[in-house]
Design a protein around this ligand. Structure first.
Ligand SMILES: [Zn+2]
Length: 201
């Protein structure tokens, strides 16, 4: 059967969509005083066949924003910063990756403790970070105790490092490395649409 969708408009909650004599209120709408109004931001869909008006909610694309917790992979190391690709925002996979910059001053709380970037993160690490601004390139921080590296590989042989006490140890070659660790080291949970996956274990 052919769908009788004739009109698609963007509306905001409260917008008048029609009167109750013309249409029945469908999903995303409400009826008040014989008028049907939008209950969501979205597109109006008027089903002329069944005389139902509904609002299909408009889904905003997932983007990094100030205060968001993101998962970022380190792709380049410099002495005082790491360049990353932000892969997920609040555990939701992004359609496009964005650049995130983690400066060495955003790694630990006390300035006196600052060492070389290399002793906190390394290339290939997955870093749970907080975003500090709302436009690219996004500036990241991992000062909070919960934030930091959540997956890391051995610099010698590439095997995923295991956490034992507060050191990272390679189960293959025994190499021991240090990072600024985040809570939950060893697994990364990501959602993409209906797919949910945990990496690392
Ligand atoms: Zn190793």
């Amino acid at each position: 059967m052919r769908e009788e969708k004739t009109l698609e408009d963007l509306v905001i909650p409260g917008d008048r969509l029609g009167v109750a004599e013309e249409f029945l209120p469908g999903p995303g709408t409400y009826e008040v005083g014989y008028q049907i109004r939008a209950a969501a931001i979205g597109k109006v869909v008027k089903d002329l066949l069944n005389k139902v008006v509904s609002v299909k909610p408009y889904k905003l694309p997932v983007m990094p924003y100030s205060g968001a917790i993101v998962l970022a992979v380190v792709i380049e190391m410099r002495e005082d910063f790491a360049r990353t690709k932000i892969l997920a925002v609040n555990n939701i996979l992004l359609n496009y990756s964005f650049t995130g910059i983690l400066h060495v001053s955003q790694v630990v709380e006390k300035a006196g403790e600052i060492k070389q970037m290399y002793s906190y993160v390394r290339i290939g690490d997955v870093v749970k970070s907080k975003v500090l601004n709302s436009f690219p390139p996004y500036l990241l921080t991992i000062k909070d105790a919960k934030l930091g590296v959540v997956l890391a590989s051995c610099s010698k042989c590439g095997t995923q490092l295991r956490l034992s006490k507060d050191k990272l140890k390679c189960p293959e070659c025994g190499n021991i490395e240090t990072r600024k660790l985040g809570h939950g080291y060893g697994s990364v949970y990501i959602e993409a649409g209906d797919t949910k996956a945990t990496f690392g274990r």
